[in-house]
Design a protein around this ligand. Structure first.
Ligand code: NAD
Ligand code: ZN
Ligand code: ZN
Length: 385
């Protein structure tokens, strides 16, 4: 089959690799119809997280079941499915508690949590390819309505719609709450869409990128909420949010940037967004941090990007009595309900899609997405195009 293969940082190729097959009785093989490029793919792409050369990329996958193993009985050949980016066994202590993001059995390295085509997430190939092998298929796969309707909405269910939603859950967004979201990348935009759906009364979205901020302004349109875009390149963001909330600050803050946070000139400041959030969230408010921060690695090169210790003002967070939730999203916790919101017309996450291209064009699409070339926000790859 054809697949997007990682060779080295900034070097990918679309090439022929072995077809995935059913290896274990509980496996399924999916024919991919859509696989997205994610901001998280840029961590290995830019060489900030080490990935084995030869790995097939892609953790945001959906498609149609091609084949199932002899132990699979809920999922059948021909079913249209979404594949959560967390690859989970379904029976370990964390999976049974609903934390598929911290599965204790799926990652042979022993680290909690596994996934497809990703550093430190196990040996599993990704789905930026014609086919994908899915272990523990009955547990992991989510059924979608037959046909092709809502393809570009449903494709957000494998990662970023649940992840944005998880950010708002950790931040305890509820009807009437005020919310500040940092980052208008796909994850931040999905957090804004989620906050609107959850009934927030006021939502601010902060970024430096005018094209992404324009998308943020549409994030609440389904439910009639006007989202306020704050351009960090032009405005003091803390002042703008404090002024916009009569000096009180917001109830809830969502971090959707990660350690690669930078200022308007492009200079990296891994603590910058956490510092801003601690300033704008009111005392006893809640923070949801879904932007990625890497564990400390004493052996890594010393650039700040690989530094796990992020020096933000924890003292102010303590003084204000803030609660802080973090981590990878357990996609299965949310994906059924979010699917149904799409089916009933309440949610429409596809408003962030900027490009849909054939798998053959993936190398160029990665480059443009990485450079934030004008308008590249969310790229969908179609192997069958
Ligand atoms: P992205 O890189 O496309 O978006 C990040 C955005 O943050 C960019 O638009 C950038 O301009 C903006 N930004 C940078 N510095 C900023 C600052 N100081 N203030 C405000 N905005 C700033 O990435 P994405 O796909 O939206 O993902 C965002 C983060 O979420 C990444 O770290 C990604 O790895 C992570 N992620 C986490 C999970 C999870 O399960 N927790 C899942 C998917 C992605
Ligand atoms: Zn992703
Ligand atoms: Zn498990």
């Amino acid at each position: 089959m054809k697949a997007v293969v990682f060779k080295a940082p900034y070097e990918l190729s679309v090439e022929e690799v072995a077809d995935p097959r059913v290896e274990e009785p509980l496996d399924a093989v999916i024919r991919i119809t859509t696989a997205n490029i994610c901001g998280s793919d840029l961590h290995p792409y830019e060489g900030r997280a080490e990935l084995e050369p030869g790995m097939v990329l892609g953790h945001e996958n959906m498609g149609v079941v091609e084949e199932v193993g002899p132990g699979v009985n809920r999922i059948k050949k021909g079913d249209r499915v979404s594949v959560p980016f967390n690859l989970a066994c379904g029976t370990c202590r964390n999976c049974t508690a609903g934390w598929t993001s911290a599965c204790l059995r799926a990652n042979p390295s022993g680290q909690p949590g596994a996934g497809y085509g990703y550093p430190n997430m196990g040996p599993y190939w990704g789905g930026q390819a014609e086919y994908l092998r899915v272990p523990w298929a009955d547990f992991n796969l989510l059924h979608l309505p037959e046909g092709t309707e809502h393809e570009s909405d449903f494709t957000m269910l494998s990662d970023i719609f649940p992840t944005g939603y998880h950010g708002t859950e950790l931040a305890q967004v509820a009807p009437g709450k005020t919310v500040a979201i940092f980052g208008a990348g796909p994850v931040g935009l999905m957090a804004a869409h989620s906050a609107a759906i959850r009934g927030a009364s006021q939502v601010f979205v902060v970024d430096h990128q005018p094209d992404r901020l324009r998308l943020a302004e549409q994030a609440g349109s389904k439910v009639g909420l006007e989202v306020t875009a704050v351009n960090a390149a032009e405005t003091d963001v803390v002042e703008a949010i404090m002024d916009g909330t009569d000096g009180f600050g917001v109830d809830c803050g969502v971090e959707a940037v990660g350690y690669q946070a930078h200022d308007a000139s492009g200079q990296e400041h891994p603590a910058m967004v956490l510092d801003n959030l601690v300033q704008v969230v009111r005392a006893t408010g809640h923070l949801g941090v879904v932007g990625v921060y890497m564990p400390e690695d004493p052996d890594a090169a010393t650039e700040p990007a690989k530094e796990g210790r992020v020096a933000f003002d924890f003292g102010s967070a303590f003084t204000k009595g803030l609660s802080i939730g973090t981590g990878q999203c357990p996609v299965k916790r949310y994906n059924q309900e979010l699917r149904d919101l799409i089916i009933r017309g309440v949610a429409s996450p596809s408003f962030i899609v900027s490009h849909e291209v054939a798998l053959d064009e993936a190398v160029d699409a990665y480059k443009k997405f990485d450079e934030r070339a004008d308008g590249y926000t969310k790229v969908l790859l179609h192997p069958d195009a």
